[in-house]
Design a protein around this ligand. Structure first.
Ligand code: PRP
Ligand code: 7HP
Length: 179
């Protein structure tokens, strides 16, 4: 079974649920009385986006974008490509970008510049996971769920070679899975 490939669980389903609710409360307080455009970066952020949205008690409009920076392996090529843009106009709007993981930072650096060029009123980043040790681009998230060590993680949206996104926790795979 899929779970047999997991070496260890780093962040449990219960810990994720609790932290997402906290983030939702914090973001709702920070944007109280405002309406937010929430942009999910597919595909990794699907689970987090779905849960975070339900933890928000403010008016939102949602949109999705697809960029590609990774191949099928565990090492980033670093080249970011726009594959699907958002549909909503964002000029003058408050925008929150939702990501599953901030790693080298190249993806979010590119996205922030790309959306920032449309003159939103504000643009912030909410990432479930942050791997600060790996940072190469100058980018800081405004909301972070958890800091994680420099290990390749899977689950709750995050994949290895497109698999394991449907695990309900964040975990690390057994080395033999990569071989
Ligand atoms: C992953 C993740 C982030 C990015 C982070 O996306 O979802 O978008 O890598 O890495 P970086 O900080 O080093 O740029 P990926 O390209 O694997 O696509 P996916 O979301 O479809 O899994
Ligand atoms: C991207 C990514 N995808 C899955 N697991 C990780 O640890 C990752 N870092 N960057």
């Amino acid at each position: 079974m899929m779970n047999d490939d997991v070496l260890k669980i780093l962040i449990s389903e219960e810990e994720i649920e609790k932290r997402v609710k906290e983030l939702g409360r914090q973001i709702s307080d920070d944007y109280a009385g405002k309406s937010l455009v929430v942009v999910s970066v597919l595909k990794g952020s699907v689970m987090f986006m779905a849960d975070l949205l339900r933890a928000l008690d403010i008016h939102t409009e949602i949109d999705f974008m697809v960029v590609s920076s990774y191949g099928s392996g565990v090492v980033s090529t670093g080249a970011v490509k726009m594959l699907k843009d958002i549909f909503l106009p964002i000029e003058g709007r408050d925008v929150l970008i939702v990501e599953d993981i901030l790693d080298t930072g190249k993806t979010l650096h590119y996205i922030k510049d790309y959306l920032g060029a449309r003159k939103p009123n504000s643009i912030r980043i909410c990432t479930l996971l942050d791997k600060p040790e790996r940072r190469e681009a100058d980018i800081v998230a405004d909301y972070v769920g958890f800091n994680v060590p420099d290990e390749f993680v899977i689950g709750y949206g995050l994949d290895y070679d497109e698999h394991y996104r449907n695990l309900p926790f964040i975990g690390v795979l057994k080395p033999e899975v990569y071989m």
